[in-house]
Ligand binder design. Sequence first.
Ligand code: FAD
Length: 232
Amino acid sequence: MDFKEYFVTEIRDESEDVRTFRLKRHDGVIPAYQPGHFFLLQLPDSTGKPTHRPYSVASAPWEDGLQFCVKLKGTFPTYLWKLKVGSRIMVSGPYGIFLLNPNDTERVFVGGGVGISALRSMILQTIREGKKSCLFHSAHTKEGLIYYSEIKALSEKNPHFKFYPSITGENRPEGWDGLSGRINVEMIKAKLESLVGKTFYLCGSKEMAGSLAISLASAGVPKERIKKDEWG
Ligand SMILES: Cc1cc2nc3c(=O)[nH]c(=O)nc-3n(C[C@H](O)[C@H](O)[C@H](O)COP(=O)(O)OP(=O)(O)OC[C@H]3O[C@@H](n4cnc5c(N)ncnc54)[C@H](O)[C@@H]3O)c2cc1C
């Protein structure tokens, strides 16, 4: 694994426990990557020993630097939360096989919580390609629907891209006109009319992406049209 030196150029709070980090190299070089790839971020652990974890890239390849959207859960994110603009971090990549199939005619993205990171990059690419697509994004609260405003604006500007947000918890803002509950096949069918000819990209917990992949296959979606990235 070849780690290169990057610097934090921006830190944005997306919610109480989710942050976006923008990283750049001093020479400005961005490694060639595709939406869906992940990178290894490396920082010293509490004993000073270098340790790394994989994070999906949230930026699109033509954007400035590499953008990562991280939830503060587990050990490694606590090291990331200590970073400031200007801090040094080692990065290796890209890696991974959760990539868009260029032959898709229509794409359905389904994300749970911070699983939106890889999907943001994929959606920007799909819109650029002029292909039809939609996103079902679920989170426990409205605040957990990371990138909500940006994605809503994209759906308003691009008639080929539809956005179906869903809140799984009890607390919905007044006037909430999105979906409620975990994304399931019935919900998807109700919005899409048919599952035929579409490729599904699922990203989130094993529980969410794994169970939805099984239900989509049972509903007749061919296995090669169901791609998932599960993170535990
Ligand atoms: C391909 C890939 C892409 C990924 N992309 C992203 C991404 O874009 N954004 C992102 O945020 N993560 C992403 N992850 C997960 C990320 O790599 C880390 O695993 C995650 O940030 C947790 O850090 P950790 O492994 O040090 O946690 P660990 O400390 O090893 O904990 C592992 C898990 O145990 C649980 N856990 C640990 N401590 C607690 C606690 N105190 N309370 C409750 N539960 C706890 C959590 O579920 C945690 O995720 C990705 C993983 C993979 C494999």
